[in-house]
Write a protein that binds this ligand. Structure first.
Ligand SMILES: Nc1nc2c(ncn2[C@@H]2O[C@H](COP(=O)(O)OP(=O)(O)O)[C@@H](O)[C@H]2O)c(=O)[nH]1
Ligand SMILES: [Mg+2]
Ligand SMILES: [Zn+2]
Length: 347
């Protein structure tokens, strides 16, 4: 608990510093100098679209141009999807590709974070609207894992969408069985999309789900995340069957993270952020009492529990156990809730 509070306070302080810097740089109209030399006074807004080690490419908001920028000291942990303010260099430096400096970071709407090799939570992507939880027949649909992603999405205030990929490998009967298993999620209100990256089945539905949003694909290794992104973005050339880096946390710090745009026939724009760190996004750094917020239908019932600290196991007048009795709560989801609570270490 103590550690978490400190982190929040640190986060708040960092945000305060960034906000102040943003306000200051917005007012400042004279040229400012930096370790990279003179900067033009004009302030431009942009979005981080590529991050590889210390190299950052931003997309300028006004022109759509991609500009390579350095990062001003004291702004740390910038990630793909971040909204920033940048200023052009008046002279080119030794690095000819370097055109500007990022001088402020705007407040994030949402952030995906995961621990780095020291166990510290680090952001991996920012301003994500939607989490596409990819499942498949092989590796087999795992509801427990889906629930963990749902909790992570709900706690991050990111809209989750379920996807069953590889439908080309299923007979009508097999598909009906899986559809039945996914019904519990449809009943709660989560959208479910059926796709095949191979036959392109469902890709139009997927595209319209992505329109005007920034999305990320998550899910077990082998379900077809890279294949789906390649089907949507034939030029991106993301390796399929790529080995998971989950066991080697340190490698994430140097891996490429990228924001892609997809344009469809209606000229609507969809954006995707992809990186190994994003793909392995999961349930980190949460407390037992947070879990209920990730089970939205259980959370609704929990307000009727007699005891404020009800564990929803065998207490009298438990809202969840009542819901289970009258069939408004699924046993599978309640069991899953308890399994996740048991798996979370209290800090
Ligand atoms: N039949 C079929 N195979 C697929 C489909 N999508 C992906 N695959 C295969 O599943 C394997 C894993 O795909 P990949 O995209 O690397 O999964 P990732 O680990 O989630 O990125 C590869 O051999 C793909 O060719 C699909 O829709 N249908
Ligand atoms: Mg992959
Ligand atoms: Zn209860």
């Amino acid at each position: 608990m103590a550690k978490r509070k400190l982190n929040r306070r640190q986060e708040w302080r960092i945000q305060k510093i960034q906000d102040e810097r943003l306000a200051r740089s917005k007012n400042k109209q004279q040229k400012i100098s930096d370790k990279y030399g003179q900067l033009e006074a004009d302030l431009h807004r942009g979005t981080i679209v590529s991050h590889f080690g210390a190299t950052l490419d931003i997309e300028d908001e006004a022109t759509g141009e991609i500009v390579r920028c350095a990062l001003r000291q004291n702004i740390d942990a910038i990630v793909c999807g971040d909204k920033i303010v940048w200023q052009a260099l008046t002279q080119l430096t030794d690095d000819e590709q370097l055109k500007g400096v990022i001088t402020a970071l705007e407040k994030r709407k949402t952030v995906l974070a995961r621990p780095d090799f020291t166990g510290q939570m680090k952001p991996v992507a920012a301003n994500i609207d939607q989490l596409l939880i990819v499942t498949s027949p092989v590796p087999e649909l795992n509801e427990g894992l889906v629930d963990r992603y749902l909790v992570a999405a709900e706690l991050s205030h990111i809209k989750p969408v379920l996807l069953l990929n590889k439908v080309d490998t299923l007979s009508a009967k097999q598909q009906a069985v899986l559809q039945q298993r996914l019904q519990v999620y449809e009943d709660i209100g989560y959208p479910i999309i059926y796709t095949s990256a191979k036959s392109q089945h469902g890709m139009d539905t997927l595209l319209s789900q992505l329109e005007n949003k920034v999305s990320v694909f998550v899910g077990q290794s082998g379900v077809g995340k890279s294949s789906l992104i390649n089907a949507l973005l034939p030029d991106a050339n993301i390796k399929e069957g790529e080995v998971s880096l989950a066991t080697n946390k340190g490698t994430h710090t140097t891996s490429v993270s990228r924001l892609y745009h997809i344009k469809n026939a209606n000229h609507q724009q969809a954006s995707l952020i992809d990186s190994p760190g994003v793909r392995e996004f999961g349930l980190w750094d949460i407390n037992k009492e947070d879990v209920i917020h990730g089970f939205i239908e259980l959370h609704d019932h929990a307000q009727y529990c007699h005891f404020r600290d009800c564990k929803h196991l065998n207490e009298p007048n438990c809202g969840l156990l009542k819901g289970l009795e009258d069939g408004t709560i699924s046993e599978q989801r309640l069991d899953s809730y308890h399994r996740i609570v048991d798996s979370v270490e209290d800090k």
